[in-house]
Design a protein around this ligand. Structure first.
Ligand code: UDX
Ligand code: ADP
Length: 468
């Protein structure tokens, strides 16, 4: 029976996942560890507005479990030693150099975790892959763990391992709900007893029919497949949004009528500035790498097109902006509304705002950033390596008030679908923007008539009615 859990990695996956397990399994003691002491300190902060992850519903739960059966600590080795089950929830970004650069996941943090587990674990330990990983990573973990296995029961050094894959399907912004009421829980492995132990943990709050067991490789591949299919829907609808704009069709009407086919379904059909987040691009790149590795070039080419359309969507939106502003944006003031990759998260990884802002800055425009949850420091950290430092300080500013930031602005670009952007008072804005003024609604959340009636020009993704 799993009584003590250690989770390695206190990020967007590890933090919320362990909070929900702690809430539903009050008899299980959970230590969440991280090599980054600042992150652990932030998770332990008494001021709950300073937690490292913003997620609706998170604060309510953490209040109930923190320092009761859930602990955030930098005591990695002791936590590993005491654990019956260890979740690996570390970051796995795409490699920036070497073999597989730009495509394969960098497994150095996974490998470091496995080596540390191999060293410090005692007794029998179930090691669970939680991070999104390339197919067959479990083999790497197994091989590392096996170097330290010792089967001699009488020996104090007795240690054995079983490795399971239990991919995370949570989406940021709805993580707590996804974890509390998952569509399914997938457990992959070849050790029947270990699978059952993990299953028993989930049975504390998940219905049995939603817990699916498979072999390790199916489980790892399912995670990549699920994300690739979701990303594919977004590239599909975004490609159609471009056709809408030139033909006079409207993407919302097309998406609604298409999604009513029960075989297609209505979800994930919102056109936008392209998908962001830490998973979609990485998982598709992993799929492409895997396909090419196994000489399945056509399969790799097929999935590559999803990323190409995603990059193109951002580029074409940037080009529309420049074109509408008379082909010249130098010194023009542009308000960027939203820097997180989607609403209800403070995560900016792969956010479409990044690429679009960089392109605009390269043409010397003056950008004012607003985001309800992303701090100026976070935005600076993301952009500073991409932009010349002189230009950077001259052309970037921040505001937490949309209205004062709109003063003399030539354009407002909505890049994240935050609720408050749906309720902007365009009359107020119209009086203070420089004329001719433009709104670029890349999320399709603005009521077009309420903007136009205030004599502001508007471009909206996939809105062919606006075609001149
Ligand atoms: C995704 C998967 O949904 C989740 O199951 C997996 O565990 C991790 O990756 P996440 O990246 O947190 O989750 O967010 P998601 O809601 O999937 O959105 C990803 C991106 O697609 C965002 O940039 C979002 O704005 C965009 N998107 C989503 C659209 O452009 N249109 C849509 O209709 C839906
Ligand atoms: P994710 O979205 O997958 O949760 P994050 O980057 O938000 O990714 O979190 C991953 C966390 O894992 C980071 O806080 C990082 O410091 C931590 N981490 C990486 N390697 C190790 C390691 N070897 N031991 C402990 N923590 C680690």
């Amino acid at each position: 029976m799993i009584r003590k859990i250690c989770c390695i990695g206190a990020g967007y996956v590890g933090g919320p996942t362990m909070i929900v397990i702690a809430e539903n399994c009050p008899d299980v003691i959970i230590n969440v560890v991280d090599t980054n002491p600042e992150k652990i300190e932030a998770w332990n902060n008494k001021d709950l507005s300073k937690l490292p992850v913003f997620e609706p519903g998170l604060v309510k739960l953490i209040k109930r479990v923190r320092n009761k059966n859930l602990f955030f600590t930098t005591e990695i080795d002791t936590s590993i030693k005491n654990a019956d089950a260890i979740f690996i929830s570390v970051n796995t970004p795409i490699k920036s150099s070497g073999v597989g650069a730009g495509q394969a996941s960098d497994l150095k943090w996974v490998e470091a975790s496995a080596r540390r587990i191999a060293e410090s674990a005692t007794g029998h330990t179930i090691v669970i892959e939680k991070s999104t990983l390339p197919v067959r990573t479990a083999k790497v973990i197994k091989e590392i763990l096996e170097t330290k296995q010792s089967f001699e029961k009488s020996d104090s050094k007795f240690k054995t391992f079983s490795v399971l894959s239990n991919p995370e399907f949570l989406a940021e912004g709805t993580a707590i709900n996804n974890l509390q009421k998952p569509d399914r829980v997938l457990i992959g492995g070849d050790n029947f007893d270990s699978i059952n132990e993990l299953k028993s943990l989930y049975l504390n709050w998940v219905e049995e029919e939603k817990i699916i067991c498979s072999n390790l490789w199916s489980s790892e591949l399912t995670k990549l497949t699920a994300n690739a299919f979701l990303a594919q829907r977004i590239s599909s609808i975004n490609s159609i949004s471009a056709i809408c704009e030139v033909t006079g069709a409207d993407i919302k009407e097309v998406a609604k009528a298409t999604g009513l086919d029960s075989r297609i379904g209505e979800k994930f059909l919102n056109a936008g500035p392209g998908f962001g987040g830490s998973c979609f691009k990485k998982d598709i790149l992993n799929l492409i790498y895997l396909s090419n590795y196994f000489n399945l070039k056509e399969v790799g080419d097929y999935w590559e097109q999803i990323i190409k359309i995603n990059d193109w969507q951002k580029k074409r939106i940037y080009e529309v902006i420049v074109e509408k502003l008379f082909g010249n944006i130098a010194d023009k003031k542009i308000l960027i509304l939203g820097f997180s990759f989607k609403a209800n998260t403070n995560d900016t990884r792969e956010s479409p705002s990044i690429g679009i802002s960089i392109d605009l800055l390269k043409e010397n425009s003056k950008l004012v950033f607003h985001d309800p949850k992303v701090s100026p420091t976070q935005i600076i950290n993301v952009l500073k390596n991409e932009i010349d430092s002189n230009q950077f300080s001259k052309n970037i500013s921040f505001s937490d008030d949309i209205y004062s930031a709109s003063h003399d602005a030539d354009a407002i670009i909505i890049l994240t679908e935050w609720e408050e952007y749906k309720m902007i008072d365009w009359k107020k804005i119209s009086n203070i923007m420089r004329k001719p003024s433009w709104v670029f609604d890349t999320r399709g959340i603005v009521n077009v008539e309420s903007v136009r009636s205030e004599k502001i020009n508007i471009w909206q993704v996939g809105n062919g009615f606006l075609r001149n």
